[in-house]
Write a protein that binds this ligand. Structure first.
Ligand code: ADP
Length: 379
């Protein structure tokens, strides 16, 4: 008999949904029919065994209507014939016969509910399949659109730069500068949208063993030329199983925000600490901070707390959404603490990865350069 559906994927249900269970039940039901025929004074026990076992088997594997009707008819006829025979030949009580239609109607009620459940689940699956298709199409659209935008933006950028460098009219050069800034913002938006749209792709992460200290040192080296009081530490060596480029990107987004919301006299501190089975990378600044009522939404897409200022600084409201997406893709999290006027601390927690020598998450000390070993790099 063919099962219409076996919705759960657990092993027990798969076993119960296999043809062997049908066969086992057939043998069990036949044995009980034989018992009913051989021991008429106890026949209600095997009679009920047949119905109960049928209900259990059916509950796990809702048969198609035709098979269900076939089995039900076979059970009603065989048990009915045996009970009728005993009423007439063995002097059994006639009201035992009423058990057959009663059990059959109970079974039919169960079949009705089971069929309703199956069709509800099929509807649900259809809806979620449709939603998945819609999501995939939306992602593909964003990927294609942001990809397509890059070429005209690059061409326009080239022309605007030519006009700016053309000399002559300073007003024209100033206008060109504004166009360039807006085009750069647009290119950034397209790049970030493309990144967010590819985050679900299986090949989004190219994993390898990433040394957290190296990651921090590289980020610091990239950003140190910007005039801030840069600090490194405390740094607890650790490695994670992750994508160094994506993690570098997340770290850059956090550092870039820290730069945007601080002045040259402010401090920006990068560090890491290990705790349990994870390492937490911190980017702390002593800048403007974030109001308490906005903390919960800063990781949402297109969140910009101060529209005018962030626009000024090239922000498109996707930086923290990207950091969160990268953290999640690594099985980690990102959190923020902030005091308005005193600064913010962003914490990127990532699961520790195995190290080549099997030591959990520890890494060699890469702060070999005396410049990086210092607590302060600048200021
Ligand atoms: P954007 O690309 O516009 O910077 P983000 O997603 O990176 O967008 O940041 C979202 C919002 O959180 C921004 O409005 C920004 O002002 C605020 N924010 C992020 N990091 C900091 C920080 N270190 N200090 C103060 N505000 C911050």
């Amino acid at each position: 008999m063919r099962a219409i559906e076996s919705p759960s994927h657990d092993r027990l249900q798969r076993a119960l949904a296999s043809g062997w269970v049908d066969l086992a039940w057939l043998v069990f039901a036949a044995a009980n029919l034989v018992a009913m025929a051989l021991v008429p004074q106890w026949e209600t026990v095997p009679f009920h065994f047949i119905w109960v076992s049928l209900t259990i088997v059916y509950g796990y594997r809702v048969w198609a209507s035709f098979q269900t009707a076939l089995v039900l008819t076979a059970v009603v006829l065989s048990t009915g014939v045996l009970l009728t025979y005993d009423v007439f030949h063995q002097g059994e009580l006639g009201d035992e016969l009423t058990e057959v239609p009663l059990m059959a109607s109970m079974f039919l009620a169960m079949v009705w509910h089971a069929q309703r459940r199956v069709s509800a689940m099929e509807d649900l699956r259809r809806v979620s399949d449709a939603n998945l298709r819609l999501l995939r199409r939306e992602r593909e659209f964003v990927q294609d659109a942001s990809h397509e935008l890059r070429t005209p933006i690059t061409v326009a950028l080239g022309h605007a730069e030519l006009i700016e460098r053309g000399g002559g009219d300073p007003e024209r050069a100033e206008d060109a500068r504004i166009v360039i800034d807006e085009l750069l913002r647009l290119r950034r938006l397209a790049d970030r949208l493309l990144l967010l749209a590819t985050i679900e792709d299986p090949e989004f992460l190219a994993r390898s063993s990433v040394d957290v200290t190296e990651l921090l040192a590289a980020a610091l080296q990239r950003w140190a030329p910007i005039d801030r009081r840069w600090r490194l530490g405390p740094v607890e060596p650790a490695t994670v199983d992750g994508d160094p480029d994506r993690l570098g990107l997340a770290l850059d987004a956090l550092v870039e925000n820290a730069v945007k919301h601080t002045r040259p006299s402010d401090e920006i501190r990068l560090g890491s600490r290990r705790g349990g089975d994870q390492v937490t990378i911190t980017v702390a600044d002593s800048g403007a901070g974030i109001p308490a009522d906005r903390l919960a939404t800063v990781f949402e897409r297109f969140t910009r707390l101060d529209q005018a200022r962030t626009r000024d600084r090239g922000g498109v409201g996707l930086g923290l959404a990207i950091v969160q997406a990268i953290a999640r893709a690594h099985g980690g999290t990102v959190q923020v603490r902030s005091t308005p006027g005193a600064g913010s601390v962003f914490e990127l927690a990532l699961p520790l990865g195995p190290t080549p020598n099997g030591q959990a998450g520890a890494s060699r000390n890469v702060l070999a350069s005396p410049r990086l070993q210092e607590d302060g790099l600048r200021g």
